[in-house]
Ligand binder design. Structure first.
Ligand SMILES: [Zn+2]
Length: 92
């Protein structure tokens, strides 16, 4: 299959679908938000390690995982009530 890379863990199929690099599971159709269709875990930064303690429960790490194989796809550090950072991906 001819795919291009979106990230080390996500590829773009010729039809624009986003797929997990490890198991080829389709994470999202072309033009839709992939982060809405995968598994997500939110965790306060201070729970990771003392060095990441920001002194607030408001700062979290949000992790996204493939719902098929569990591969960690991406993470973002955001405020707890902040919307997910959506990336727009377009096939060439
Ligand atoms: Zn996968």
């Amino acid at each position: 299959m001819n795919r291009s890379s979106y990230s080390p863990t996500i590829s773009i199929a010729p039809n624009g679908d986003l797929q997990c690099v490890r198991c080829d599971h389709v994470l999202a159709s072309a033009g839709t938000s992939w982060k809405q269709s995968v598994n997500r875990v939110d965790q306060p930064m201070h729970s990771l390690c003392e060095i990441y303690d920001t002194g607030s429960d408001e700062v979290i790490i949000r992790r996204f995982y493939c719902p098929s194989c569990g591969t960690a796809l991406e993470s973002e550090t955001v405020l707890v009530d902040e919307a997910t950072i959506d990336d727009e991906v377009h096939a060439r």
